[in-house]
Ligand binder design. Sequence first.
Ligand code: AMP
Ligand code: ZN
Length: 431
Amino acid sequence: MFWQKNIETLPREQLEKLQLLRLKATVKRVYAKVPYYKKLFRAKKTAPKEIKTLEDITKLPFTTRDDLQKNYPDGLLSVTKDKLVRLHTSSGTTGKPKAVFFTEKDIATAANNMARCLTMTGVTKSDVLQNMMSYGLFTGGLMMHYGAEKIGALVIPAAIGNTDRQLLLMQDFGTTSIHLTPSYALYLAAIFEKKGRAFRKKLKLKRAYMGAEPYTEETKNKIESILKLKVYNSYGLTEMNGPGVAFECGFQAGMHLWEDSYLMEIVDPKTDRPLPDGQTGELILTTLTREGMPIIRYRTRDLTAIIPEKCKCGRTHRRIMRIKGRADDMFILRGVNIYPQQIERVLMSVAHVEKNYQIYLEDNDKMTVKVEITKKLFDGNLEHLKKLQFDLTEKLRAEIMVRPSVELVEPGTLPVSEGKAKRVFDNRKIY
Ligand code: AMP
Ligand code: ZN
């Protein structure tokens, strides 16, 4: 099933023509309206007139997370503020988040792309979609909501958590589709196993959309077999509107990325050189239709590869593989993007803390931070140790919005690595 068959199956040649037209317009727009981009372009000795083909994109500068943070709150806008209708920020940090702004047209485009995604997995206006992603600054809730409403499906804005209520909603309103993170899906699966077959039989569930975090094929298979539904992979990021960037079709062999909205490249994250289709590297995305805050060559830091073969479904928009990891050390816990540097900043701001620390991640969203403290404190009064442990836990919670357990260890206990220090030990089975 198609939402916009003519665009979704547009012959490549025409699709690329459209991309070039939109790329040129986007580049002109940011050069004229966003002083920061003008500066970046000039530093790279380039200008909009240099863009004559799609390949010329490599002449343009990258935009990084750092650029977005430097321009926080609204330095990258290309419209006046009265044209804006919404903002979202990326999950995580209480420091400087990344803020992304939308005009009415931007929201409509994002919702339209989302509607394409859902339609290609079979959703129609007769469906009931229970949206178990958090609503609010995070894009996962609202963007999916808008897309499903556009189709005319009945949307239950359940948000995440309160599992008893989720089960009741599913049962009472005949939910056919759910949208959730893989970690919440695993939690739900355990509850389904306890409730047994009779409970599952009462439900009308057909499909789950899982994204916002990385997960393996094994996790997908496990969820499919316990929840007895089809799991579709959903990829997106706040900077590019949130969910609806790339999505699996009914053939479930990679995610179609909407190339009329985004120009994708894969580059070697170390050399920044473009990689051919089929090779794994960092996904770089340029917005092609965004009005409020266009972004040029955004370094997603997500590692994937472009699948060059045409999909059996007939769509001409190319697919990307399941995300294979990150080019940086960000990890996601309970839907929150966390960088070890955030943890380091907190640890280092507290007296009696030494330089070495490690972060352990376990199933059920458990996070332990082991940190070395001064010998004097370690050998001293137990009350002081307890207070330090409490202070660190609270400060970390305020920074990363997740409460870790903090273990204070004697100096010299944690291994010192020679090259790049390994800080994060991800023992979660789900990945
Ligand atoms: P956020 O901007 O908070 O929505 O986080 C976006 C990040 O979540 C992406 O850059 C990816 O690292 C991760 N992510 C989102 N969807 C997926 C997915 N389907 N598979 C793997 N990682 C994902
Ligand atoms: Zn397809």
